[in-house]
Structure formats: C-alpha cells, structure tokens
Design a protein around this ligand. Structure first.
Ligand code: BGC
Length: 548
C-alpha cells in the first residue's frame, strides 16, 4: 500500500501544487456557525420565575439515569455568562450563532397565562448583543426542554401540544422576529420521539416502544407545520426571515456492499430515520415514506393490532405539512453499517418497536474508524457526503444547512482529534457541494463544553473548554477553536494549519481540573492515527478530483 501511496501522492502534488498548504474554499456566501442549546448551557434552572422542564424533572427525580448523576442546574451558567458566549462567537469569526429558547423560561407552565418577563429579557439581551457584533442569531424554538406541566398531559403524544406549541411560537416570533431572521421550529424529532418515548434515552424517558413514538411524531409534524404556516402568513413578509426544521440522521452503509440485502437494509435505515420526518415535509407527494407505512401497517396486523401503530394523515393534512420548510437543517455525526434484522429478530429488538419495524441491525462492529468520547460516535467522513447526496436526490435538491456536526472527547485543550474530524467532515461537505449539492452552511456542535444529556459532563463537544469547577465557569479556547477561526476567516479548510498551544492556553492548561488531564493524553494518543487518516482522506479526495 505504502509503495503505491507515495508515488501517486507526489505525482498529484506535482500536478496540483502542494495541496496540504492550500486552502480549499467554500462558496462565497457560505454560512459558518457554532451552536448550543438552552438546557445544555444556561443553568439558572429555577432563576426568576422559570418553570420546570422535563429535563429538570428527570435529573432531579432520577439522577441514577445520568452517567455521572449530574444535572444542568448550573452547567456553563450562560444565564449569567452570555456576554462571554457572544465574545467567543466573535473570536471565532463565525457569522452565525445557533441557540435555542427554553419554553419553560419564557412560559413557565407552558401556556400563555403566565409569560416570564425575565425570560423574554434574557433572550432579548442575547440577541441584541449578537447583533451588536454583526452575528446572525439562528434560533431553535424547541430543543427538548418541554415544560413539565405539558408532559403531565402526555407531552408530544397529546394533540393538545399543537395549539400549545403554536402559542409559544407566536409569542417568540412576536418578541424576537424583528431581529431574528433564521428560525428552526424543532430540533431532531427522532430524538424527541423515539429516544424520549420509545427508549429510555432522553426525557421523558418513557421506555414504551412501538406506539407513543409514532403519536409523538405525528403531532410534532402537525405542530411544526402550523407554526410555519403562521410564520408565513403573519410574520414572514413583515419580518423578512426564513424558517425550517432540523432533522437528524446518521449515515447508513451496507455492511457488505456486495449484498443486495445489506444495501436494502441501509436504504431502510435512511427511510426510517430521515424519511419519517423528511418525507412529509420535503418530498413531492408528502406523507410518510411508503416503505415505512407498509412495514408498520403489516407488522401491526401480524401483532394483533386493529390499526397501524403509525397514525394516518388525511389528504388535507398531507397537503398542509408538505413544503413547510425554507431549508433542510441537518444534524449528523456518524455512520452505521447495516444488515437486515430478518424474520427471527436476530437483533433481539422489543416487539413492537421502532427498531423492529425498521428491521435493520446497525452498529459499528468491526470498523476501525477513529473513535471519540462517545461510544455511539465514530468518524467516517464519507458518511456525511453520502447522507447529503441521499437527501439531495430523494427530495429534489433542497437547500441543506448542516445545523450540527462535531465530535466529542473526554477533555483537554489539545483536541487535534476534533481538528481532524472537522477538516475531514468539511472536506466531504465540500466534495458534495462540488458535485452540485446545495449546502448553504455549516454549524459546529458545539460552541463550548456543555451538559451532554444522559452522558452528563463526561462527553465534551466544545470548541471552548469550560471549567465547570470555577464560579464563573471560565471558558478557554481549545486548539480546535483556533483552527475553526482560521476556517471561518478564510472561508475554507487548510490541513496544514495545526497550531500548538499559545500562552493563554498554556496558562489555562496549568489550571485545568485533574479529570481533564486524562482527556489531554487521550487526545494526544489519537493524533498519530489521525495524521494517517487525513493523509489517506486527502489522497482519496485528490484521486476523485483527478479522475473527474
Ligand atoms: C443534539 C445535541 C447533542 C449532540 C451530541 C444532537 O443530537 O441536538 O443537543 O449535544 O447531538 O450528542
């Protein structure tokens, strides 16, 4: 392999100049951003008159469900440190900051009868501060922190959520829409519905597989559509903004690319994970994907249900939901290899369940892709390329905005593994753009280390390190923050830019809490493998370009 690698590499370098020191640039108006979400960073869980959210409730009543038994009562304390947050976005030269609004901070009980002036003021100040520095606020209306009082009514499984969400959205559009021009309604419906209701992974942690996730999804799609119609009819003309939704999916690749059955399994993965929510909104005819409808209907019948566990839309509803997004927000982190589950349920999925309905076994078994601080996340840059292309082809070339992409580690400032992840995923995004896919922006997850849901504070996704032991939750740029600054400033990636720690970072590092030191050695150990990986990625990408 090596014998072939270097001669080809040098020939290509001779033809194209030195690619390692060159910047691969993105289209001129490409949007560069960083993201966060309210529950993960704000803290102030009961500050002023804020109401309880389902996450407050979960971590306070069942701390044992969280890896480190922690909660986000204070977390990065952005409720008080928001000025520093804006400064960080500015330091990064990112043009956009994606953050979410906490429904119970604004409407403590979920309804309009009680609106919190302090909550409105908090977000209003944050938005003004961003605009002061010419940073575009991109606001997620809902990122998982439902008011607990609404959960007591069944949360997203109760159609009552539709008018409630619409009221909440109307209020925030009225309050902030004069200054916010980029909106998404809801972050990651799959995680909300399947991980929260089907599994035990997210609040409200129902662990009730096979039925409530589909009720949740159904109501969520209708609630989303109502808000978009309301925005278009009452706000968009006057305020001049854009609104979309953020969907999540991993990539799926056939475990054995030569097996037709495995290729079908990967396709089913896309149809269930992406199609469940994307097909009703972005496809030509709307509604859930046919394969999803058919499989759930048939399995429901076999299982003795009198109706499909997947609710049906009326024609009017199909029509109302279709087309309700100005862009496709995509969150993606990893790729899985898929095989079919088969009739004897070799995957041992609960019956009924979403996974059993989908009928695929998907995992990372046997892959040697670079790992991360999260067991579920391994780096496979080609996965984002394939996923973006799949969306492009399925849904007739919508504008795609990568609203989340990033990687976790276990701490430290020398996060070269994150640098390599970002460079290689961005290269793959650029490959897709050069192949004609309309990708308009990229938002790194995340601006800073924060509360990583059930993983607590163990898994870190930040470009900025947060010292969770210091009273002011001191933020320090990691190496990746400096690299991302370089990317934003130059509108492109340059693999050769790999700075070492500067003075500010060295001083900060000397004060890092002990648990971060483990992370530092982990990050260093990774860099050798990564150098190899990026050399190979580079070679593959150059070969592609040469062969075109
Ligand atoms: C979520 C974030 C989360 C990230 C990493 C996304 O699914 O939107 O809130 O921190 O993944 O797990």
């Amino acid at each position: 392999m090596l014998k072939i690698f270097w001669p080809i590499f040098f020939v290509i370098v001779a033809i194209h100049g030195n690619p390692v020191s060159e910047t691969r640039r993105f289209p001129q108006d490409f949007l560069w951003g960083v993201g966060s979400s309210a529950y993960q960073i704000e803290g102030g869980w009961n500050a002023d008159d804020k109401g309880e959210s389902i996450w407050d409730h979960l971590v306070h009543t069942h701390p044992e469900k969280i890896d480190d038994q922690s909660g986000a009562d204070v977390t990065a304390d952005s409720y008080h440190q928001w000025r520093r947050d804006v400064q960080m976005v500015k330091e990064l030269h990112a043009s956009t900051y994606r953050f979410s609004l906490s429904w119970p901070r604004i409407m403590p009980g979920g309804y309009m009868n009680h609106v919190s002036t302090a909550g409105i003021k908090y977000y209003s100040n944050l938005i003004d501060e961003l605009l002061r520095y010419n940073i575009t606020p991109m606001v997620t209306i809902y990122h998982w922190d439902l008011p607990q009082r609404l959960q007591e009514l069944g949360g997203w499984t109760n159609p009552e959520i539709i008018p409630a969400f619409k009221d909440y959205a109307r209020l925030v559009l009225e309050m902030f829409g004069d200054r916010v021009k980029l909106w998404t309604t809801i972050n990651e419906p799959y995680q909300i519905c399947e991980m929260g209701y089907g599994l035990d992974y997210m609040a409200p942690s129902y662990k009730y597989p096979g039925i409530p996730s589909y009720l949740c999804g159904h109501n969520l799609l209708k609630a989303h559509a109502e808000v978009v119609h309301m925005y278009r009819e009452q706000f968009q003309k006057r305020q001049g903004g854009r609104i979309g939704i953020t969907l999540s999916s991993s990539g799926f690749a056939p475990r054995n690319p030569d097996s037709a059955e495995d290729r079908e399994a990967a396709e089913r993965g896309f149809q269930f994970f992406v199609g469940w929510f994307a097909h009703p909104i972005f496809s030509r005819h709307g509604n859930y994907p046919k394969i999803v409808i058919d499989r759930i209907r048939n399995l429901s019948k076999e299982q003795g249900f009198t109706r499909s566990r997947l609710p049906e839309f009326t024609q009017a509803e199909i029509h109302r939901i279709r087309g309700t997004a100005d862009f496709f927000g995509l969150n993606t982190y990893t790729t899985y290899l898929a095989t079919t589950n088969g009739h004897n349920n070799t995957g041992n999925f609960p019956v009924p369940s979403f996974d059993h309905d989908m009928g695929i076994i998907y995992n990372h078994d046997g892959v040697d892709w670079p790992s991360s601080g999260s067991v579920w996340l391994k780096s496979y840059p080609k996965g984002i390329y394939d996923l973006i292309k799949w969306i492009h082809h399925q849904y007739n070339g919508p504008e795609i905005m990568v609203t989340e992409n990033g990687v976790s580690d276990r701490g430290g400032l020398e996060d070269y593994a994150r640098v390599d992840y970002l460079n290689s995923y961005l290269s793959a995004v650029l490959d897709a753009i050069e192949d004609g896919v309309n990708v308009s922006g990229y938002i790194v997850w995340s601006l800073m280390d924060s509360y990583e849901w059930k993983a607590g504070f163990n898994e870190k996704f930040g470009l900025y390190h947060v010292d969770f032991t210091s009273p002011e939750r001191t933020r320090t740029p990691k190496i990746s923050a400096r690299v991302y600054t370089h990317i934003c400033k130059n509108n492109g990636i340059n693999w050769s830019y790999r700075p070492t720690l500067n003075k500010e970072q060295l001083v900060a590092m000397a004060q890092l809490p002990a648990e971060d030191l483990a992370g530092i050695s982990g990050a260093k150990a990774n860099t050798g493998t990564w150098h190899w990986c990026w050399s190979l990625t580079l070679l593959v990408s150059l070969l592609r370009r040469v062969s075109e």
